[in-house]
Design a protein around this ligand. Structure first.
Ligand SMILES: *Cc1c(COP(=O)(O)O)cnc(C)c1O
Length: 388
């Protein structure tokens, strides 16, 4: 650590992007009991906790069916497989995103068709979706990035008009609600034909390893996803579909049942921390804070700011014990894996600019005011001094 003006005397509370150890320490007795119960009954695959979690999560989300599976990427693939889309079909999705959504489509022989994002919210720019539709379009995959929902009202209307499937990627937005034009609000992942989430440890509802789930109100799609996630077998050694081995471990389901009970409190802790960041960082020059959306709540999977000259700022913060992350440094249309789509720099300028400027700050359920004050003071000093 560098000696630095009045910081010299300040405590330096240890900051992490996520603090799962801290969260688990608080829940330790509940988690221990849940894990011990599975150890005792010994049904590690398809044990009773898996179905119990499915029921409880369905109730929480207000959706008819939840099908747990191996991870969030499999959930996307299972959702697309359930729709039985024709190879070569085009699937609309944002250019600024984690790879999984595009990967799932491409693995099934579908063609990812990228669309640019809204610069304020980082979400799929719904106004640009219509221009990307062709006779080959089969589905739209809105991704509720960083914890806010895509503007689903007009998107669902467009999909209905054009007869397109909607598969929502809610890996980062479990618990966020979207206001629809009818005046009602629905949970992220429950508005399209199918929705998916991830229980990766650092997600808002995370387990102690990999996990994911598919959501749907359609009983037939639910049954197909259930079959596909378990080797396409309605009964042991009878296979009606070619499926995957993608099941949520009973131990993970047991952990998730504990954490689901705390999810509203987790979400509130993130929202309180975000409000504190807003208040502390609001006056800082050259820093653009996350924009609230008019139609969605924000569950702050990430608190992502924009800042010019990002690299030296990150370095400055790192030297003071403050980790930051870049979600995401490269838009999907410029990833080597998607070179076959023939895109060039400039094709999705808003996504490309975001990749140059975004910076995600520590955000989790255990963040303390002292940590946030320390971070804000360091950021203030950095921005005043042009990072030197
Ligand atoms: C985390 C994530 C996924 C994939 O989830 P895994 O469980 O890691 O496979 C998919 N989409 C988005 C937007 C994600 O953030």
């Amino acid at each position: 650590m560098q000696a630095f003006g009045y910081f010299y005397a300040m405590p330096t509370p240890s900051l992490q992007m996520v603090d799962l150890q801290g969260q688990h320490a608080r829940l330790q007795p509940e988690l221990d009991a849940a894990l011990a119960q599975v150890m005792a009954h010994g049904q590690f695959i398809r044990g009773p906790e898996v179905e119990a979690l499915a029921q409880e999560l369905a109730h929480y989300l207000g959706v008819a069916h939840v099908i747990p599976c191996g991870n969030g990427t499999d959930a996307l693939q299972l959702a697309l497989m359930a729709l039985d889309l024709p190879r070569g079909g085009e699937v609309i999705m944002p250019a600024f995103n984690y790879i999984a959504t595009a990967e799932a489509a491409a693995l099934l022989g579908l063609r990812p068709v990228f669309v640019d994002i809204d610069p304020a919210t980082f979400q799929l720019d719904v106004a640009k979706v219509a221009d990307a539709l062709t006779d080959n379009t089969v589905a739209i995959m809105p991704v509720h990035l960083f914890g806010q929902c895509v503007e689903m009202g007009p998107l669902l209307q467009l999909a209905r008009q054009r007869g397109l499937y909607v598969v929502e990627d809610a890996a980062q937005a479990i618990g966020a609600t979207c206001r629809l034009p009818a005046g009602n609000a629905k949970q992220a992942g429950t508005m399209g034909h199918l929705g998916t989430t991830s229980f990766f440890p650092s997600k808002n509802l995370g387990c102690l390893g990999d996990g994911g789930a598919v959501f749907t109100d359609d009983p037939q799609l639910a049954e197909r996803v259930r079959l596909l996630a378990n080797h396409g077998q309605p009964q042991k050694y009878q296979h009606t579909l070619i499926g995957l081995n993608s099941r949520l471990d009973t131990l993970q389901a047991a952990v998730l049942r504990v954490k689901l009970r705390h999810l509203p409190a987790f979400t509130e802790a993130r929202q309180v921390a975000a409000q504190r960041y807003d208040a502390l960082l609001g006056g800082l020059k050259r820093l653009t804070l996350p924009a609230p959306s008019a139609h969605s709540t924000h569950v702050f999977h990430q608190y992502t700011v924009r800042v010019p000259m990002r690299a030296p700022l990150r370095q400055f913060l790192q030297e003071r014990g403050i980790p930051t992350m870049i979600y995401y440094p490269m838009p999907l249309h410029l990833q080597p894996a998607f070179a076959y789509l023939g895109h060039r720099p400039g094709d999705f300028p808003v996504a490309e600019q975001a990749c140059l400027e975004v910076l995600s700050l520590p955000m989790h359920t255990e963040l303390t005011p002292a940590q946030q004050h320390y971070l804000a003071d360091c950021l203030d000093a950095a921005l005043k001094e042009q990072y030197v």
